[in-house]
Design a protein around this ligand. Structure first.
Ligand SMILES: Cc1cc2nc3c(=O)[nH]c(=O)nc-3n(C[C@H](O)[C@H](O)[C@H](O)COP(=O)(O)O)c2cc1C
Length: 466
Protein backbone atom coordinates (compact mmCIF):
# COMPACT_ATOMS: atom_id res chain seq x y z
CA UNK A 1 0.00 0.00 0.00
CA UNK A 2 1.46 3.43 -0.86
CA UNK A 3 1.86 5.56 2.26
CA UNK A 4 1.79 9.09 0.89
CA UNK A 5 -0.17 10.75 -1.89
CA UNK A 6 3.05 11.44 -3.80
CA UNK A 7 3.97 7.75 -3.59
CA UNK A 8 0.52 6.73 -4.79
CA UNK A 9 0.83 9.05 -7.80
CA UNK A 10 4.23 7.56 -8.62
CA UNK A 11 3.04 3.95 -8.37
CA UNK A 12 -0.28 4.16 -10.20
CA UNK A 13 0.36 4.03 -13.95
CA UNK A 14 -0.80 7.39 -15.31
CA UNK A 15 -3.94 6.92 -17.42
CA UNK A 16 -2.92 7.74 -20.96
CA UNK A 17 -4.87 10.71 -22.21
CA UNK A 18 -5.89 10.26 -25.86
CA UNK A 19 -4.62 13.09 -27.99
CA UNK A 20 -7.19 12.41 -30.74
CA UNK A 21 -4.49 13.00 -33.32
CA UNK A 22 -6.38 11.11 -36.04
CA UNK A 23 -9.74 12.69 -35.31
CA UNK A 24 -8.19 16.17 -35.30
CA UNK A 25 -6.20 15.80 -38.52
CA UNK A 26 -7.50 18.12 -41.30
CA UNK A 27 -8.70 16.40 -44.46
CA UNK A 28 -9.27 17.49 -48.03
CA UNK A 29 -12.61 16.45 -49.53
CA UNK A 30 -12.51 17.44 -53.19
CA UNK A 31 -11.99 21.20 -53.25
CA UNK A 32 -13.01 21.59 -49.58
CA UNK A 33 -10.61 21.49 -46.63
CA UNK A 34 -12.15 20.26 -43.36
CA UNK A 35 -10.45 21.39 -40.16
CA UNK A 36 -10.87 17.95 -38.53
CA UNK A 37 -12.85 14.70 -38.94
CA UNK A 38 -16.04 15.36 -36.90
CA UNK A 39 -19.09 16.38 -38.93
CA UNK A 40 -22.82 16.71 -38.28
CA UNK A 41 -24.67 13.74 -39.83
CA UNK A 42 -27.69 14.61 -41.99
CA UNK A 43 -30.84 14.57 -39.88
CA UNK A 44 -34.30 15.81 -40.72
CA UNK A 45 -34.93 18.41 -38.03
CA UNK A 46 -38.59 19.14 -38.96
CA UNK A 47 -37.85 22.79 -38.19
CA UNK A 48 -38.46 24.08 -41.73
CA UNK A 49 -41.60 25.97 -42.65
CA UNK A 50 -44.51 24.17 -44.27
CA UNK A 51 -43.48 25.44 -47.72
CA UNK A 52 -40.03 23.95 -47.27
CA UNK A 53 -38.31 27.20 -46.38
CA UNK A 54 -35.57 27.68 -43.78
CA UNK A 55 -36.92 29.26 -40.60
CA UNK A 56 -35.07 31.15 -37.85
CA UNK A 57 -35.61 28.11 -35.63
CA UNK A 58 -33.89 25.89 -38.21
CA UNK A 59 -31.03 28.31 -38.94
CA UNK A 60 -30.24 28.73 -35.23
CA UNK A 61 -30.28 24.94 -34.73
CA UNK A 62 -27.60 24.50 -37.41
CA UNK A 63 -25.70 27.58 -36.14
CA UNK A 64 -25.35 25.89 -32.75
CA UNK A 65 -23.72 22.82 -34.39
CA UNK A 66 -21.36 25.09 -36.37
CA UNK A 67 -20.47 27.06 -33.24
CA UNK A 68 -20.00 23.76 -31.42
CA UNK A 69 -17.11 23.05 -33.80
CA UNK A 70 -18.43 20.55 -36.41
CA UNK A 71 -16.07 20.75 -39.40
CA UNK A 72 -18.94 20.21 -41.83
CA UNK A 73 -22.59 20.87 -41.10
CA UNK A 74 -24.75 18.60 -43.27
CA UNK A 75 -28.46 19.41 -43.55
CA UNK A 76 -31.22 16.83 -43.34
CA UNK A 77 -32.59 15.64 -46.70
CA UNK A 78 -33.75 18.60 -48.84
CA UNK A 79 -36.51 17.79 -51.36
CA UNK A 80 -34.87 18.46 -54.72
CA UNK A 81 -37.80 18.54 -57.15
CA UNK A 82 -41.34 19.88 -57.21
CA UNK A 83 -42.73 16.32 -57.36
CA UNK A 84 -40.47 15.12 -54.55
CA UNK A 85 -41.68 17.93 -52.30
CA UNK A 86 -45.26 16.62 -52.52
CA UNK A 87 -44.23 13.39 -50.79
CA UNK A 88 -42.38 14.05 -47.55
CA UNK A 89 -42.61 12.94 -43.97
CA UNK A 90 -43.60 15.70 -41.57
CA UNK A 91 -41.63 18.64 -42.91
CA UNK A 92 -38.47 18.88 -44.99
CA UNK A 93 -36.47 21.72 -46.52
CA UNK A 94 -37.07 22.17 -50.24
CA UNK A 95 -34.88 23.45 -53.05
CA UNK A 96 -36.30 23.46 -56.56
CA UNK A 97 -36.80 27.12 -57.45
CA UNK A 98 -35.03 30.43 -56.93
CA UNK A 99 -37.42 31.34 -54.11
CA UNK A 100 -35.84 28.66 -51.93
CA UNK A 101 -32.38 30.18 -52.29
CA UNK A 102 -33.00 33.06 -49.91
CA UNK A 103 -33.57 30.97 -46.78
CA UNK A 104 -30.83 28.51 -47.69
CA UNK A 105 -28.39 31.38 -48.17
CA UNK A 106 -29.25 32.69 -44.66
CA UNK A 107 -28.41 29.20 -43.45
CA UNK A 108 -25.02 28.90 -45.21
CA UNK A 109 -23.99 32.41 -44.09
CA UNK A 110 -24.73 31.55 -40.47
CA UNK A 111 -22.78 28.27 -40.72
CA UNK A 112 -19.80 30.04 -42.34
CA UNK A 113 -19.90 32.82 -39.76
CA UNK A 114 -19.19 30.24 -37.05
CA UNK A 115 -16.27 28.75 -39.00
CA UNK A 116 -17.79 25.55 -40.43
CA UNK A 117 -18.33 24.35 -43.97
CA UNK A 118 -21.90 23.84 -45.19
CA UNK A 119 -23.16 20.74 -46.97
CA UNK A 120 -26.66 20.23 -48.37
CA UNK A 121 -28.02 16.71 -48.43
CA UNK A 122 -30.53 16.63 -51.29
CA UNK A 123 -32.95 13.94 -52.39
CA UNK A 124 -34.69 13.28 -55.70
CA UNK A 125 -37.61 11.78 -53.77
CA UNK A 126 -38.71 9.53 -50.98
CA UNK A 127 -40.39 7.06 -53.35
CA UNK A 128 -42.68 4.67 -51.53
CA UNK A 129 -41.48 6.04 -48.20
CA UNK A 130 -42.89 9.49 -49.02
CA UNK A 131 -46.28 10.59 -47.73
CA UNK A 132 -48.50 13.12 -49.49
CA UNK A 133 -50.14 15.73 -47.30
CA UNK A 134 -53.50 13.94 -47.52
CA UNK A 135 -51.92 10.44 -47.40
CA UNK A 136 -53.89 9.44 -50.53
CA UNK A 137 -51.89 10.32 -53.64
CA UNK A 138 -50.03 7.49 -55.36
CA UNK A 139 -46.36 7.75 -54.45
CA UNK A 140 -44.03 7.84 -57.50
CA UNK A 141 -41.71 4.84 -57.21
CA UNK A 142 -39.85 2.32 -59.40
CA UNK A 143 -42.76 -0.14 -59.24
CA UNK A 144 -46.54 0.25 -58.93
CA UNK A 145 -48.65 -1.30 -56.16
CA UNK A 146 -45.79 -1.94 -53.76
CA UNK A 147 -46.25 0.04 -50.52
CA UNK A 148 -44.00 -0.68 -47.55
CA UNK A 149 -45.35 -2.18 -44.36
CA UNK A 150 -43.63 -2.15 -40.98
CA UNK A 151 -44.31 -4.98 -38.56
CA UNK A 152 -44.86 -3.41 -35.14
CA UNK A 153 -42.38 -5.76 -33.51
CA UNK A 154 -39.71 -4.55 -35.96
CA UNK A 155 -40.14 -0.89 -34.99
CA UNK A 156 -37.29 0.77 -33.08
CA UNK A 157 -38.01 -0.12 -29.45
CA UNK A 158 -39.15 3.03 -27.63
CA UNK A 159 -41.24 4.11 -30.63
CA UNK A 160 -43.38 1.02 -30.52
CA UNK A 161 -45.22 2.52 -27.56
CA UNK A 162 -46.16 5.75 -29.35
CA UNK A 163 -47.24 3.86 -32.43
CA UNK A 164 -49.52 1.65 -30.41
CA UNK A 165 -51.41 4.57 -28.91
CA UNK A 166 -51.37 7.52 -31.31
CA UNK A 167 -53.16 7.49 -34.64
CA UNK A 168 -51.03 10.00 -36.58
CA UNK A 169 -47.59 8.42 -36.18
CA UNK A 170 -49.24 5.04 -36.77
CA UNK A 171 -50.01 6.08 -40.37
CA UNK A 172 -46.26 5.76 -40.78
CA UNK A 173 -46.50 2.00 -40.34
CA UNK A 174 -48.04 1.40 -43.77
CA UNK A 175 -46.84 3.34 -46.78
CA UNK A 176 -48.97 4.85 -49.51
CA UNK A 177 -49.83 2.89 -52.64
CA UNK A 178 -47.22 3.47 -55.35
CA UNK A 179 -47.33 4.19 -59.08
CA UNK A 180 -44.56 3.37 -61.55
CA UNK A 181 -42.48 6.31 -62.76
CA UNK A 182 -42.30 6.40 -66.56
CA UNK A 183 -38.95 6.68 -68.30
CA UNK A 184 -39.80 10.22 -69.45
CA UNK A 185 -40.66 11.17 -65.89
CA UNK A 186 -37.38 9.69 -64.62
CA UNK A 187 -35.45 11.80 -67.11
CA UNK A 188 -37.31 15.03 -66.34
CA UNK A 189 -36.90 14.47 -62.60
CA UNK A 190 -33.16 13.87 -63.04
CA UNK A 191 -32.84 17.05 -65.06
CA UNK A 192 -34.78 19.13 -62.54
CA UNK A 193 -32.75 17.65 -59.69
CA UNK A 194 -29.46 18.61 -61.36
CA UNK A 195 -30.73 22.18 -61.73
CA UNK A 196 -31.78 22.28 -58.08
CA UNK A 197 -28.22 21.32 -57.15
CA UNK A 198 -27.01 24.41 -59.01
CA UNK A 199 -29.34 26.48 -56.81
CA UNK A 200 -27.61 24.99 -53.76
CA UNK A 201 -24.25 26.21 -55.05
CA UNK A 202 -25.71 29.68 -55.56
CA UNK A 203 -27.06 29.54 -51.99
CA UNK A 204 -23.44 29.14 -50.82
CA UNK A 205 -23.08 25.45 -49.94
CA UNK A 206 -19.51 24.11 -50.05
CA UNK A 207 -20.60 20.52 -50.56
CA UNK A 208 -23.59 18.62 -51.91
CA UNK A 209 -24.56 15.15 -50.76
CA UNK A 210 -26.91 13.03 -52.87
CA UNK A 211 -29.25 11.19 -50.53
CA UNK A 212 -29.45 7.51 -51.54
CA UNK A 213 -29.69 5.36 -48.37
CA UNK A 214 -32.48 3.98 -46.16
CA UNK A 215 -35.01 2.72 -48.72
CA UNK A 216 -35.81 6.09 -50.32
CA UNK A 217 -36.21 6.55 -54.09
CA UNK A 218 -32.56 6.11 -55.19
CA UNK A 219 -32.23 3.09 -52.89
CA UNK A 220 -35.57 1.70 -54.14
CA UNK A 221 -34.18 1.55 -57.67
CA UNK A 222 -31.17 -0.39 -56.34
CA UNK A 223 -33.05 -2.92 -54.23
CA UNK A 224 -34.59 -6.12 -55.64
CA UNK A 225 -37.35 -5.76 -53.00
CA UNK A 226 -38.72 -2.48 -54.34
CA UNK A 227 -37.62 -2.54 -57.99
CA UNK A 228 -39.54 -5.05 -60.12
CA UNK A 229 -39.17 -3.16 -63.42
CA UNK A 230 -38.38 -4.96 -66.63
CA UNK A 231 -36.98 -1.98 -68.56
CA UNK A 232 -33.48 -0.41 -68.54
CA UNK A 233 -33.95 0.69 -64.88
CA UNK A 234 -34.81 -2.74 -63.47
CA UNK A 235 -33.86 -6.39 -63.47
CA UNK A 236 -30.16 -7.16 -63.34
CA UNK A 237 -27.82 -5.25 -60.96
CA UNK A 238 -26.31 -3.20 -63.81
CA UNK A 239 -29.78 -1.83 -64.62
CA UNK A 240 -30.81 -1.24 -61.01
CA UNK A 241 -27.69 0.90 -60.50
CA UNK A 242 -28.47 2.99 -63.58
CA UNK A 243 -30.80 5.52 -61.89
CA UNK A 244 -28.32 6.57 -59.18
CA UNK A 245 -25.34 6.45 -61.55
CA UNK A 246 -27.13 8.78 -63.96
CA UNK A 247 -28.22 11.15 -61.19
CA UNK A 248 -24.63 11.33 -59.92
CA UNK A 249 -23.24 11.98 -63.41
CA UNK A 250 -25.72 14.77 -64.03
CA UNK A 251 -25.19 16.44 -60.67
CA UNK A 252 -21.40 16.28 -61.04
CA UNK A 253 -21.73 17.91 -64.46
CA UNK A 254 -24.19 20.55 -63.28
CA UNK A 255 -22.45 21.79 -60.11
CA UNK A 256 -18.95 22.04 -61.60
CA UNK A 257 -15.75 21.38 -59.72
CA UNK A 258 -16.05 24.22 -57.19
CA UNK A 259 -18.02 22.18 -54.65
CA UNK A 260 -17.42 18.78 -53.08
CA UNK A 261 -19.88 16.11 -54.19
CA UNK A 262 -20.74 13.14 -51.99
CA UNK A 263 -23.29 10.34 -52.05
CA UNK A 264 -24.81 8.68 -48.99
CA UNK A 265 -25.78 5.03 -49.30
CA UNK A 266 -26.68 2.17 -46.98
CA UNK A 267 -23.71 -0.16 -46.59
CA UNK A 268 -26.04 -3.19 -46.86
CA UNK A 269 -29.70 -4.17 -46.40
CA UNK A 270 -29.54 -6.82 -43.64
CA UNK A 271 -32.41 -8.72 -45.31
CA UNK A 272 -32.31 -12.16 -46.84
CA UNK A 273 -31.95 -11.73 -50.61
CA UNK A 274 -31.32 -8.00 -50.17
CA UNK A 275 -28.44 -5.77 -51.20
CA UNK A 276 -25.10 -7.05 -49.95
CA UNK A 277 -21.95 -5.26 -48.83
CA UNK A 278 -20.15 -6.52 -51.99
CA UNK A 279 -22.82 -4.99 -54.22
CA UNK A 280 -22.66 -1.69 -52.37
CA UNK A 281 -18.85 -1.59 -52.64
CA UNK A 282 -19.27 -2.18 -56.38
CA UNK A 283 -21.75 0.71 -56.47
CA UNK A 284 -19.27 2.88 -54.55
CA UNK A 285 -16.68 2.20 -57.27
CA UNK A 286 -19.18 3.23 -59.97
CA UNK A 287 -19.87 6.46 -58.10
CA UNK A 288 -16.18 7.18 -57.65
CA UNK A 289 -15.68 6.73 -61.39
CA UNK A 290 -18.42 9.33 -61.88
CA UNK A 291 -16.49 11.92 -59.93
CA UNK A 292 -17.73 11.92 -56.33
CA UNK A 293 -15.41 13.43 -53.72
CA UNK A 294 -16.59 11.32 -50.78
CA UNK A 295 -18.86 8.40 -49.95
CA UNK A 296 -20.96 8.45 -46.80
CA UNK A 297 -22.15 5.18 -45.28
CA UNK A 298 -25.28 4.58 -43.32
CA UNK A 299 -27.08 1.28 -43.03
CA UNK A 300 -30.22 -0.74 -43.56
CA UNK A 301 -32.98 -1.40 -46.07
CA UNK A 302 -35.28 1.39 -44.94
CA UNK A 303 -38.48 1.62 -42.93
CA UNK A 304 -39.32 -2.09 -43.13
CA UNK A 305 -36.02 -2.78 -41.42
CA UNK A 306 -35.62 0.41 -39.35
CA UNK A 307 -33.31 -1.07 -36.74
CA UNK A 308 -30.19 -0.21 -38.74
CA UNK A 309 -31.40 3.17 -40.02
CA UNK A 310 -31.36 4.88 -36.63
CA UNK A 311 -29.74 2.11 -34.61
CA UNK A 312 -29.93 1.35 -30.92
CA UNK A 313 -26.64 0.95 -29.06
CA UNK A 314 -26.14 -2.73 -29.96
CA UNK A 315 -26.93 -2.37 -33.64
CA UNK A 316 -24.72 0.74 -33.89
CA UNK A 317 -21.64 -1.16 -32.72
CA UNK A 318 -20.89 -2.84 -36.05
CA UNK A 319 -21.54 0.19 -38.25
CA UNK A 320 -17.93 1.53 -38.26
CA UNK A 321 -16.83 -1.93 -39.45
CA UNK A 322 -18.61 -1.34 -42.77
CA UNK A 323 -16.03 1.23 -43.72
CA UNK A 324 -13.18 -1.30 -43.98
CA UNK A 325 -14.30 -2.91 -47.28
CA UNK A 326 -15.12 0.44 -48.83
CA UNK A 327 -11.75 1.90 -47.77
CA UNK A 328 -9.97 -1.00 -49.45
CA UNK A 329 -11.75 -0.52 -52.78
CA UNK A 330 -12.10 3.27 -53.01
CA UNK A 331 -9.67 6.16 -52.74
CA UNK A 332 -12.14 8.97 -51.86
CA UNK A 333 -12.72 9.69 -48.14
CA UNK A 334 -15.27 7.43 -46.41
CA UNK A 335 -17.68 8.96 -43.91
CA UNK A 336 -19.29 6.66 -41.32
CA UNK A 337 -22.10 7.37 -38.84
CA UNK A 338 -22.81 6.12 -35.33
CA UNK A 339 -19.38 6.04 -33.74
CA UNK A 340 -20.28 8.23 -30.75
CA UNK A 341 -17.20 7.27 -28.73
CA UNK A 342 -14.37 9.68 -29.64
CA UNK A 343 -11.63 7.33 -28.42
CA UNK A 344 -12.91 4.51 -30.64
CA UNK A 345 -13.47 6.94 -33.56
CA UNK A 346 -9.85 8.08 -33.27
CA UNK A 347 -8.68 4.45 -33.31
CA UNK A 348 -10.98 3.55 -36.23
CA UNK A 349 -9.56 6.38 -38.33
CA UNK A 350 -6.01 5.32 -37.39
CA UNK A 351 -6.85 1.71 -38.36
CA UNK A 352 -8.25 2.89 -41.74
CA UNK A 353 -11.82 1.79 -41.03
CA UNK A 354 -13.08 5.18 -42.20
CA UNK A 355 -11.87 8.78 -42.63
CA UNK A 356 -14.58 11.00 -41.18
CA UNK A 357 -16.95 10.49 -38.25
CA UNK A 358 -20.52 11.69 -38.87
CA UNK A 359 -22.26 12.37 -35.57
CA UNK A 360 -26.04 12.34 -35.55
CA UNK A 361 -27.99 12.08 -32.31
CA UNK A 362 -24.81 12.74 -30.36
CA UNK A 363 -24.75 16.31 -31.71
CA UNK A 364 -28.45 16.77 -30.94
CA UNK A 365 -27.49 15.92 -27.41
CA UNK A 366 -24.26 17.91 -27.14
CA UNK A 367 -23.46 20.32 -30.00
CA UNK A 368 -20.19 21.28 -28.25
CA UNK A 369 -18.79 17.73 -28.66
CA UNK A 370 -16.21 18.72 -31.37
CA UNK A 371 -15.01 21.74 -29.39
CA UNK A 372 -14.61 19.56 -26.28
CA UNK A 373 -12.39 17.16 -28.25
CA UNK A 374 -10.34 20.02 -29.70
CA UNK A 375 -9.89 21.46 -26.20
CA UNK A 376 -8.96 18.05 -24.74
CA UNK A 377 -12.08 17.79 -22.51
CA UNK A 378 -13.69 14.52 -23.68
CA UNK A 379 -14.97 13.81 -20.16
CA UNK A 380 -17.25 16.87 -20.42
CA UNK A 381 -19.20 15.43 -23.36
CA UNK A 382 -22.85 14.73 -22.58
CA UNK A 383 -23.38 11.29 -24.08
CA UNK A 384 -26.46 10.27 -26.10
CA UNK A 385 -28.56 7.57 -24.39
CA UNK A 386 -30.17 6.26 -27.60
CA UNK A 387 -33.61 6.96 -26.12
CA UNK A 388 -34.98 7.89 -29.60
CA UNK A 389 -36.98 10.85 -28.30
CA UNK A 390 -35.50 12.92 -31.16
CA UNK A 391 -36.64 10.36 -33.73
CA UNK A 392 -40.11 10.02 -32.23
CA UNK A 393 -40.58 13.80 -32.31
CA UNK A 394 -39.25 14.08 -35.85
CA UNK A 395 -41.52 11.29 -37.12
CA UNK A 396 -44.50 12.96 -35.51
CA UNK A 397 -43.50 16.16 -37.39
CA UNK A 398 -43.31 17.86 -34.00
CA UNK A 399 -39.82 19.40 -34.19
CA UNK A 400 -36.84 18.25 -32.23
CA UNK A 401 -36.41 17.53 -28.53
CA UNK A 402 -33.77 15.77 -26.48
CA UNK A 403 -34.08 14.48 -22.93
CA UNK A 404 -30.44 15.47 -22.32
CA UNK A 405 -30.36 18.84 -24.08
CA UNK A 406 -33.21 21.21 -23.17
CA UNK A 407 -31.95 23.74 -25.74
CA UNK A 408 -32.47 21.46 -28.74
CA UNK A 409 -34.92 23.19 -31.08
CA UNK A 410 -34.86 26.30 -28.85
CA UNK A 411 -31.48 27.63 -30.01
CA UNK A 412 -33.23 30.61 -31.61
CA UNK A 413 -33.82 32.02 -28.14
CA UNK A 414 -30.08 32.20 -27.42
CA UNK A 415 -28.30 35.37 -28.64
CA UNK A 416 -24.95 33.56 -28.98
CA UNK A 417 -26.20 31.92 -32.18
CA UNK A 418 -27.02 35.23 -33.87
CA UNK A 419 -24.95 36.39 -36.84
CA UNK A 420 -22.85 39.59 -36.80
CA UNK A 421 -20.97 41.67 -39.39
CA UNK A 422 -19.09 39.72 -42.05
CA UNK A 423 -15.86 38.23 -40.77
CA UNK A 424 -12.55 37.87 -42.63
CA UNK A 425 -12.92 34.11 -43.12
CA UNK A 426 -16.31 34.45 -44.84
CA UNK A 427 -16.63 34.76 -48.61
CA UNK A 428 -18.46 37.65 -50.19
CA UNK A 429 -19.49 35.53 -53.19
CA UNK A 430 -20.41 31.83 -52.81
CA UNK A 431 -17.10 30.05 -53.33
CA UNK A 432 -18.45 27.11 -55.32
CA UNK A 433 -19.96 29.49 -57.86
CA UNK A 434 -16.62 31.03 -58.73
CA UNK A 435 -14.26 28.09 -58.27
CA UNK A 436 -15.65 25.88 -61.08
CA UNK A 437 -17.83 26.38 -64.13
CA UNK A 438 -21.51 25.54 -63.86
CA UNK A 439 -22.96 24.71 -67.27
CA UNK A 440 -26.16 26.32 -68.47
CA UNK A 441 -28.73 23.53 -68.17
CA UNK A 442 -31.86 23.47 -70.33
CA UNK A 443 -34.91 25.33 -69.19
CA UNK A 444 -36.90 23.34 -66.64
CA UNK A 445 -39.43 21.06 -68.25
CA UNK A 446 -42.49 22.67 -66.67
CA UNK A 447 -41.83 26.09 -68.20
CA UNK A 448 -42.85 27.07 -71.72
CA UNK A 449 -39.94 27.45 -74.10
CA UNK A 450 -39.85 30.90 -75.73
CA UNK A 451 -38.31 31.05 -79.19
CA UNK A 452 -35.02 32.87 -79.29
CA UNK A 453 -35.35 35.62 -81.94
CA UNK A 454 -31.82 36.68 -82.65
CA UNK A 455 -32.53 39.26 -85.32
CA UNK A 456 -34.63 41.42 -82.99
CA UNK A 457 -31.63 41.95 -80.70
CA UNK A 458 -29.82 45.28 -80.93
CA UNK A 459 -26.27 44.99 -82.20
CA UNK A 460 -23.74 45.31 -79.41
CA UNK A 461 -21.63 48.41 -79.84
CA UNK A 462 -18.31 48.55 -78.08
CA UNK A 463 -16.63 51.72 -76.82
CA UNK A 464 -15.28 54.22 -79.38
CA UNK A 465 -16.73 56.79 -81.74
CA UNK A 466 -20.24 56.14 -82.99
C1 LIG B 1 -34.36 12.44 -36.27
C2 LIG B 1 -33.47 11.81 -37.31
C3 LIG B 1 -33.60 12.22 -38.63
C4 LIG B 1 -32.75 11.65 -39.61
N1 LIG B 1 -32.83 12.14 -40.90
C5 LIG B 1 -31.93 11.72 -41.84
C6 LIG B 1 -31.89 12.32 -43.13
O1 LIG B 1 -32.62 13.26 -43.45
N2 LIG B 1 -30.98 11.83 -44.01
C7 LIG B 1 -30.11 10.80 -43.72
O2 LIG B 1 -29.32 10.38 -44.57
N3 LIG B 1 -30.14 10.22 -42.48
C8 LIG B 1 -30.99 10.66 -41.53
N4 LIG B 1 -30.96 10.14 -40.25
C9 LIG B 1 -29.95 9.10 -39.92
C10 LIG B 1 -28.68 9.75 -39.34
O3 LIG B 1 -27.99 10.54 -40.28
C11 LIG B 1 -27.69 8.72 -38.80
O4 LIG B 1 -27.23 7.90 -39.84
C12 LIG B 1 -28.30 7.85 -37.70
O5 LIG B 1 -28.97 8.66 -36.75
C13 LIG B 1 -27.22 7.04 -36.97
O6 LIG B 1 -26.21 7.89 -36.50
P1 LIG B 1 -26.12 8.35 -34.95
O7 LIG B 1 -26.00 7.10 -34.14
O8 LIG B 1 -24.88 9.18 -34.91
O9 LIG B 1 -27.35 9.11 -34.62
C14 LIG B 1 -31.80 10.66 -39.26
C15 LIG B 1 -31.70 10.27 -37.92
C16 LIG B 1 -32.51 10.83 -36.95
C17 LIG B 1 -32.34 10.42 -35.52
Amino acid sequence: MPKTEAEAKKKAPAKKQTTFKNLLKPIKVGPVELKHRMVLAPMNDTLSGHNGEATEQLVAYYAARAKGGAALVITGAIMGTKLASQFVWGRNLQCWHMGHVQGLQLLTERIHYFGSMACAQITIGFGRQGHSVDHHLLAPAPTAGLPYEIALEKAPKPLEVTWKHIEHPRSFLVGQMTREMSIDEIHSEQKEFARSCQLLVIAGFDAIEIHAPHGYLEHEFLSPFSNKRTDMYGGEWRNRKRFLNEVTEQVRYSVGSGVALGVRISAEEHMEGGLTREEMVDLGMDLEARGIDYLSLSDGAGYEEGGHLVPDKDRAAHIPEHGVDFKKALSVPIVVASQHDPVKADKDIGAKRFDISALGRQLFCDPEYPNKIVEGRPADIVRCRYCQTCLGRSLAGAGLSCTQNPMLGREYSDPQYMIGPRQDHEFVMPRGMLAGDMPNLDRPWWKTEYPYIEKSWRKFRGPGPR
